[in-house]
Design a protein around this ligand. Structure first.
Ligand code: ZN
Length: 301
């Protein structure tokens, strides 16, 4: 075998093995039980929550592919003994919504008004045809209280941050807050300025969350944590906001800004693993803070 042939063979094997790895990952869901009635499902995509109520299962976020949505639906049925009667989407990103079509058409789906408008404006191709029947069927702007099958669930849009339309889910009876992507636990966050996200506004948004009554936190990505974990994430965002403000005040270039020593709370933070590789690292978050503060980006809708 010639050298280039051996090289090609190794490359092909690598592609096949990594493809198989992704397939296995897509078909596997890790289950964590937080209480008698509340579960977290983890797979490729954002964290999913499943709540058992006497009326049926409530599912928060549906990961990245319709196939994963089907798996979530099956798993929810196994864990709760009930069909899913309500889906909640924390925001419009594909890794939290594209599993929706794996659920039964006609299922009640809730999101904020902003999220529904982003789905239409920024992801219209996916949400056409059959998938359109799993778009949000009900929306709200600031806050909504749900009484469902003996449980109380608060849906709150606390302000801009990751996008301008994120909601958090407060499982009142369990004392658990699902933050969606308003919190990443020990991972660098995506900051979607183009969809109204904001490093500056993310700080008061997180402060608002800390005034809610809960003990445990399901972040959009990463391990389940608590109030201290949420405060730690706030420390990173607050430092980033400071980096952005300083850059604007002093007229610093991006290169100068990237040299900052103000961002220290991100120690131990990692890049997140996605189906489509996203370069979300230290340089990315500082760049976004700089872009926002110096107005070097363009809103998409
Ligand atoms: Zn997101």
């Amino acid at each position: 075998m010639k050298k280039w042939q051996a090289g090609l063979l190794i490359l092909t094997l690598l592609i096949v093995v990594s493809g198989l790895y992704v397939l296995v990952q897509l078909r596997s869901l890790e289950v964590e039980r937080l209480s008698d009635d509340l579960f977290v499902l983890r797979g490729l995509g954002g964290n999913t929550a499943v709540l058992r109520t006497q009326a049926g299962a409530v599912v928060v976020d549906t990961m990245t592919l319709p196939m994963q949505g089907e798996l979530i639906r099956e798993q929810a049925r196994k864990l709760t003994g009930m069909e899913t009667i309500l889906l909640i989407n924390t925001h419009y990103h594909i890794d939290h919504t594209h599993g929706n079509p794996g659920f039964k058409p006609g299922t009640r789906v809730l999101s904020t008004e902003r999220t529904l408008s982003h789905l239409h404006a920024l992801d219209a191709e996916f949400w056409s045809g059959q998938a359109a029947s799993l778009l949000p069927t009900e929306t709200f702007s600031d806050r909504m209280t749900l009484k469902i099958g003996g449980k109380t669930i608060e849906l709150i849009h606390p302000g801009a941050g990751h996008t301008d339309g994120d909601l958090v889910v407060l499982f009142t009876d369990e004392g658990v807050l699902h933050t969606g992507d308003l919190m990443f636990n020990r991972y660098y966050p995506n900051i979607d300025l183009e969809a109204g996200g904001s490093v500056q506004q993310w700080v008061p948004t997180l402060e608002k969350l800390l005034r809610l009554d809960f003990t445990r936190v399901i972040p959009g990505h990463g391990e389940t944590t608590d109030r201290a974990g949420l405060r730690q994430f706030l420390a990173v965002i607050a430092q980033l906001a400071e980096v952005g403000r300083l850059a604007a005040d002093k007229g610093m270039s991006l290169e100068q800004t990237l040299d900052t020593e103000l961002l220290t709370a991100d120690k131990g933070y990692r890049r997140i693993r996605m189906i489509v590789p996203m370069p979300m690292d230290r340089e990315f978050v500082i760049t976004r803070a700089w872009q926002e503060s110096t107005d070097n980006f363009k809103r998409l809708d």
